[in-house]
Design a protein. Sequence first.
Length: 278
Amino acid sequence: MAKKQTKAYAGDPGDEHVEKVTPVMETPKPKIEVKPKKPTWEVKDRRYVLTRNRSPLTYTISTTGLYWFDEEKGYEREVKYCENQRTVFVDEMVGQHRMAHIVFQNGILVVPREKSILQQFLSNYHPKRNKLFEEVKPREIASNQVEMIEAEIDALVTAKNLDIDIIEAIMRTEFGSKVTEMSSKELKRDCLLFAKQDPMLFMDLVNDDNVVMRNTGIRANEEGIILLSDDNRTFTWASNNRKLMNVPFDEHPYSALAAWFKTDEGMEIYNSIEKRLK
């Protein structure tokens, strides 16, 4: 809307005072678009199952005498499910409380989208959720499955490209001294199977610097280059019984040996052992 701005000026003596009107336009204020808040609860049908693959003909879960800790309020609030209430919080309920039974059939309970209060009671507030029962979440299941499949692929590709010495070191953690009697093809096959069955553990072993050094120590012992005392506390040279190292208390002897190989003194011994093994 325009406002009038007046400006006075002087004419000939005796003339009347004249005002000149200059229109001034107001700068329009930019409109602030208020975006609607996204609902925190997705309206959809939901499926619940009893945990540990239990599937009794019928199973009824408790709906009363339950409490949920409210972080914002700082205290526990009683919760229960009533068919005629629009909330699960007892302190917000109005009028009579018409209780309802929650029954799983063959270990499954399907709750339609129209019963959102029951869904929220089961998914967010029931103290036995994720213990006695859990919501089936297809998206999360698919995401986890994709991660596992990708991890399996990565492990198999890694296993396929490993040198046989590394394969032997890794497989020794599974089969012990048995790997000494296995052919290269057998080691390769079992390595691929191991990568497929437990890709996470396999990749951990691949990335563990101590695996190769631990394998070197075991091979040196098997071939009589070094000796481990009967009490698993001391490594010595087999040729002259000269002590190499003491194993710290509560440590696996070959893990301790692998760690010792990384020290200045141990690295010289490690290089010497590698030459003898070759």
